[in-house]
Design a protein around this ligand. Structure first.
Ligand code: MRU
Length: 369
């Protein structure tokens, strides 16, 4: 079940966290900042059980690859603490959305902690506490990874664009709303802003659900960044006017060969970037790299309901913009092949050019450490 209440924080500066665990007198809950209501309202959604969380994930109240991993881990802990069938909850949560690999990763980590505790004689509450501790650890690790990606990404920009004063184009939303920290690609733009080298953040509106306009512009405004919003199809003329120095995006899944699944509209930007000799940089933690998926063709791309395209903006207000009965093609993501990616920035460093061996080596550093 999910309840709603108005978030207490507003304005600039410290933000309502995208997600938090809270112990209420009637039991623990997972509280989500409902991203569908931004930027006009900061409303929190209180999930008391796994079906409510799954509904929030499918409806994009909570979204973005790293945060989906954290939400999945807390969701498993919620099931355990509240005495639901943990194995069934894990199965349902992991499949709530198919593309972001972090969701299953977060669920599996909390489940493994639960099983290990239960297998060594812990009672239900102790095993649930182990799952919760693992969720908290993942949340913190994501924050740490975010800071390290920001540092590596800034170094890369300094190397690729020695003149400074970057004009960066980004797509979808990759800031604190998707992470335990400042996010992925947006965190790099934030680092550039702090050293006064961000001349302009170009923000793609990101049709059909407007994560760029509603969320990235909201975060950029709060951070005091110089930003300009554009409709997705204005990107071409921006490149041709020489106004973009680099593209910075996140990822929902990176296959072993370096193919990148990210919000639909990323691939056309990669093609534009290549044509205009502009670096196309992907920023993602190693938890988003799926070495078990060989290449882009093996990544399942989520297909979303047609009304997100035939109504504007998506399902948020429900104003039809197409004749009744119009069919829509609405993949949530697209795949950019590795040869169009200049670099992948992770918390363990940068791989450029993007090779299978280089990516595996960066991932091995986390998995051995
Ligand atoms: O459908 P969404 O809003 O969950 O899609 C999110 C994205 O595509 C982000 O760019 C991606 O998760 C990277 S966020 C660090």
């Amino acid at each position: 079940m999910a309840d709603q209440y108005a978030a207490s924080a507003s304005g600039t500066g410290s933000s309502v966290p995208a997600l938090r665990w809270e112990e209420l007198p009637e039991g623990p809950v997972l509280v989500l900042l409902d991203q569908r209501r931004l930027p006009t309202e900061e409303i929190e959604l209180v999930c008391t059980d796994v079906p409510a969380l799954i509904e929030a994930i499918r409806a994009l109240a909570v979204r973005g690859a790293p945060l989906l991993g954290v939400a999945g881990a807390y969701g498993l802990a919620l099931a355990a603490v509240r005495g639901f069938d943990v194995e069934e909850a894990a199965e349902m949560l992991a499949h709530a959305r198919p593309t972001a690999v972090n969701l299953g990763y977060g669920v599996r980590r909390a489940l493994a902690a639960y099983r290990t505790a239960a297998g060594s004689g812990a009672d239900g509450l102790q095993a649930a506490a182990a799952a919760l501790a693992e969720a908290r650890a993942l949340h913190q690790e994501d924050a740490d990874a975010s800071a390290r990606m920001a540092a590596h990404g800034l170094e890369l920009l300094e190397e690729l664009l020695p003149g400074g004063g970057y004009r960066l184009l980004t797509h979808c939303n990759t800031g604190a709303l998707v992470s335990g920290g400042e996010g992925t690609a947006f965190a790099v733009a934030g680092a550039a802003h702090r050293v006064r080298e961000l001349r302009r953040l170009w923000v793609d509106e990101t049709r059909p659900l407007l994560q760029g306009a509603r969320l990235t512009a909201y975060e950029a405004a709060r951070a005091g960044m110089p930003y300009t919003l554009l409709s997705d199809n204005a990107a071409g003329s921006l490149f041709s006017a020489g106004e973009v120095d680099a593209v910075l995006i996140g990822a929902d899944r990176v296959a072993a060969d370096g193919s990148v699944a990210n919000k639909v509209g990323s691939y056309p930007l990669a093609v534009l970037a290549r044509y205009h000799h502009v670096p196309f940089i992907v920023v993602a933690p190693t938890t988003t790299v799926d070495l078990g998926t060989s290449d882009g063709a093996a990544i399942e791309v989520e297909q979303r309901p047609g009304y997100e395209v035939t109504e504007f903006p998506g399902s948020v207000s429900g104003n039809p913009v197409a004749p009744l009965g119009t069919q829509a093609y609405n993949p949530a993501f697209d795949i950019t092949p590795p040869e169009l990616v200049t670099a992948i920035v992770t918390e363990n460093g940068v791989v450029s050019p993007v090779t299978e061996a280089g990516l595996a080596e960066l991932c091995a550093r986390s998995r051995s450490g």
